[in-house]
Design a binder for this molecule. Structure first.
Ligand code: HAM
Length: 426
């Protein structure tokens, strides 16, 4: 019986592994150049940690288990709660602002679909202990910095930015009680995902007053900051805050990627201020990434009130988009080796192994064939493995000489073995 892989998971054969490594290397490089330091936590945590503030959607998608001591655990569906827990644990010792990044492997029991799996990798960048809009802008800048680096332009993707604080101010001004806000966010978050009449119907079920529903729909269709003046006070902190974030992004040179979109509310319950998602311009795919400000999470986890803002980007939609744009294959580094060591017959097999090991000890990547086949076959193997050079060991070895073939030019020269060894050592 052949055992199938588990639904929603992926096997990474070497070609898929090359893609995964290239994506993750890019995330790490851009994090470091934007001043973030790497951290990680455990793959499973106490179940209750994800039930505190992540929101119903994530809780319904948990993979949970019970350990031998009867403790309820869950595989991490996101790393933000772990980050809050870790920072709280050392809150006094850590100098602020904290700028950390991580690339966790995450698990969500979602219905597998295009761009959404049950196991995936997610790049996280977070800034903790800084409430200035410049920190929100820096998170968005770093996100765009990566997406730009891999060849995506403002014609391919847009950062849609909104503010939960602005939304809360407006909903409260319409007479909606504060304790109802969270359930309304869940509905408003679906605006861009549902047909307009279905969305209106669901909203009307929550809010019986039709004129209030109308006003919310009008607010949700605003598409520029100046238009907001008809809905909220221009001097309000929420208005000034989002304006400042967008101005900062202009100043940072990524304004053409960014726009205000009140349809972005986000599914997670802990966001308190600026929220954003990156989407493909054609709107054919799920969100490439999402994030925002979560100023209460550390306090909700038993720590002091420390502000935070950050972002998470999965590898799945990103890979689909890059493939669709023809940007993936050409950027993947080719796996290659420095040397392939071959020989003309069995008599030189031991020397072949010896030379290979010497090359490896000197820090070069080198390979040889287990079976001594015809030289032409070994040379074919060398080019299949993308070897830069091929060593050929034959009868000249009796005179302490071996041939070195440059695989790119085809040029071959006979060199003294001792000189060759001293060359590779230096
Ligand atoms: P999230 O919106 O749940 O946010 O996920 C962020 C991104 O992770 C999504 O936009 C998508 O790229 C990827 N993602 C989510 N679920 C899946 C899935 N089932 N399969 C593949 N990719 C997926 C968070 O996780 C927040 N913790 C992000 C954050 C960090 N906010 C502040 N700091």
């Amino acid at each position: 019986m052949k055992i199938p892989p588990v639904k929603g998971t992926r096997d990474f054969y070497p070609p898929e592994m090359a893609v995964r490594n290239w994506i993750i290397d890019g995330w790490k490089k851009v994090s470091v150049r934007n001043g973030f330091e790497e951290y990680d936590g455990p793959i499973f945590e106490l179940l209750k940690m994800f039930q505190i503030k992540s929101g119903d959607e994530i809780v319904e998608q948990l993979f949970s288990l019970r350990d031998r001591g009867g403790r309820d655990l869950a595989l991490r569906p996101e790393i933000t709660p772990t980050l809050a827990r870790m920072v709280n644990q050392r809150i006094n010792a850590l100098s602020k602002p904290i700028k950390w990044f991580s690339v966790p492997r995450l698990f969500r029991a979602e219905r597998p679909q295009k761009g959404r799996l049950r196991e995936f990798f997610q790049w996280n960048i977070d800034i903790i202990g800084e409430d200035s809009p410049l920190a929100d802008a820096e998170v968005i800048f770093t996100t765009v910095d990566y997406l730009r680096e891999i060849g995506l332009t403002s014609k391919d993707i847009k950062v849609k930015i909104s503010s939960r604080q602005l939304l809360a101010d407006y909903l409260i001004s319409l007479g909606i009680p504060e304790d109802k806000l969270e359930s309304i966010y869940v509905i408003l978050d679906k605006k861009n995902k549902l047909p307009p009449d279905t969305f209106e119907k669901i909203l009307a079920e929550q809010i019986p007053d039709t004129s209030t529903v109308r006003k919310i729909l009008d607010f949700m269709s605003v598409d520029s900051i100046p238009q907001l003046k008809d809905f909220v006070e221009e001097g309000s902190s929420a208005f000034l805050n989002i304006k400042c974030v967008l101005d900062n992004l202009d100043m940072m040179g990524v304004g053409d990627f960014c726009l205000y979109d009140p349809g972005i509310v986000r599914g997670l319950a802990y966001y308190t201020g600026i929220v954003f998602e990156v989407h493909d311009v054609a709107g054919e795919l799920r969100a490439i990434c999402g994030g925002g400000r979560y100023d209460n999470l550390l306090r909700d986890f038993g720590g002091p009130p420390v502000s935070a803002t950050g972002m998470g980007m999965g590898d799945c939609v990103l890979e689909i988009l890059l493939k669709e744009r023809g940007l993936l294959e050409k950027q993947l580094p080719k796996t290659k080796i420095d040397y392939f060591v071959s020989c003309v017959d069995e008599n030189y097999k031991d020397v072949t192994v010896e030379v290979t090991m010497k090359l490896r000890s000197a820090g070069f990547s080198a390979n040889f064939s287990y079976k001594i086949t015809k030289l032409s076959k070994q040379l074919k193997q060398a080019s299949e493995q993308n070897a830069a050079k091929c060593i050929i060991i034959g009868d000249e070895f009796k005179n302490n000489k071996l041939a070195v073939k440059d695989m790119a030019t085809g040029q071959q020269e006979l060199v003294d073995y001792d000189e060759f060894l001293s060359d590779i050592k230096s």
